[in-house]
Design a protein around this ligand. Structure first.
Ligand code: APR
Ligand code: ZN
Ligand code: ZN
Length: 362
């Protein structure tokens, strides 16, 4: 089968012929139907985050179950599934106390370079990425890395839920637990930021302020629920938000992964407000906060994959889509072939796309 391989950072991905073994007892073989290009993949391509190479990237996908291992009862061939990198064991301390996103069992949630699920007839090991590797026609994954979804859900929209949408929506609903009427700022309205805005709308937030340097993104943000927009090119972002909110917001979300915007997210909080950092700030970088601001109980926290319980959250997101509350069609800017993946990432970098999705059957 075909897969896009990252051989070296800052080099184009190369389409190679690879294979996967038969599923082990708790593994599932999936025919990949759709894979989204996520900014986090780009972080790894650019070497901002380390990963053993060569590797097959990709972690936002949906497909159809082809084969299951001997102990798998959760799915059967033909089931439609969404994948999630938040694979969970179900028995460690974090899983048992309701935080499966932080699962510590590395026999299930394997560390980079640990799994042996991909081969390609060369001596050099081909690494699986985040226990998924979606930029491939087939995926071999642990059964706890997938969720079943209804078959009338279009798979190209379902795939988006697998990372970008759950990350943004979950940051608002699960991590920050935004209450009806509270004010929200989202800094960075890419795929993940838009999901945070749509999530804030679903949660019943009051003011929803979108911050982005791209006017087209701000326009779409308004369609998805933003009540106000702020363009950093029109002056100090913190001041603009303070002016709109009478002194500060209840919740800010940094969905970009930069020092400067993370600092803005904290600085724009009202007393008692919480900043949630969703973006992946380049490895090794530190952020600076004004210590005085903690006196009025301002908080700052991280959010990983929207603090998801994906087996519950993702089918709910599918229902929100079906009821017209989650505007997934608006996320897809381009449907591409696996062979067009490098152009897809170039367009992401240029800010031309919200999400490009690889359609494997096209
Ligand atoms: N202030 C506000 N917005 C900005 C700024 C800025 N200074 N600079 C760029 N942006 C906007 C871009 O215009 C774009 O709309 O931020 C957005 C980033 O979006 P994407 O590139 O689509 O990124 P996305 O996939 O949403 O991921 C964002 O979340 O999960 C993490 O790793 C991911 O760190 C990344 C972040
Ligand atoms: Zn992602
Ligand atoms: Zn666990």
């Amino acid at each position: 089968m075909k897969a896009a391989v990252l051989h070296e950072v800052n080099q184009p991905l190369v389409i190679e012929d690879i294979s996967v073994p038969n599923p082990g007892p708790r593994e599932v073989l999936i025919r990949t139907k759709v894979a989204g290009l996520c900014h986090s993949d780009l972080h790894f391509i650019e070497g901002l985050y380390p990963h053993p190479l060569p590797a097959v990237l990709g972690h936002e996908s949906a497909g159809v179950v082809e084969k299951v291992g001997s102990d798998v009862t959760y799915v059967k061939p033909g089931d439609h599934v969404v994948t999630c990198l938040s694979v969970f064991c179900g028995t460690c301390d974090n899983c048992t106390t309701g935080r499966p996103v932080l699962c510590t069992d590395t026999t299930v949630k394997m560390l980079p370079g640990q799994s042996n699920r991909l081969s390609w007839g060369r001596k050099e090991k081909l690494n699986q990425f985040l226990n998924l590797s979606s930029f491939a026609e087939q995926m071999l994954v642990h059964e706890n890395a997938i969720v079943k979804i209804r078959k009338d859900m279009p798979l190209e929209l379902a795939a988006l839920i697998g990372c970008g949408v759950i990350t943004g929506y979950g940051a608002v609903v699960n991590t920050a637990k935004v209450q009806a009427g509270e004010s929200v700022v989202v800094i960075g309205c890419g795929g993940v930021g838009m999901a945070a805005i749509n999530g804030a709308e679903i949660a019943g937030a009051g003011r929803i302020i979108a911050v982005d340097t791209n006017p087209a993104k701000l326009q779409l943000a308004t369609k998805l629920g933003a009540t106000d927009v702020v363009d950093p090119r029109n002056g100090d972002v913190v001041q603009q938000v303070r002016d709109l909110t009478n002194g500060g917001v209840h919740h800010s979300f940094e969905v970009l992964g930069r020092k400067e915007t993370a600092e803005q997210a904290f600085a724009m909080l009202a007393p008692g407000g919480t900043a949630t950092i969703v973006g992946m700030i380049p490895f090794g970088q530190k952020i600076e906060l004004h210590g005085f601001d903690f006196l009025r109980e301002r908080r700052i926290q991280g959010s990983s994959m929207g603090s998801n319980h994906f087996r519950v959250d993702m089918p709910r997101l599918v229902e929100f889509y079906m009821r017209g509350k989650l505007h997934l069609e608006d996320w897809i800017s381009a449907k591409i072939k696996l062979s067009e993946i490098n152009e897809g990432f170039a367009n992401m970098k240029a800010g031309k796309t919200l999400r490009s999705v690889i359609m494997f059957d096209a």
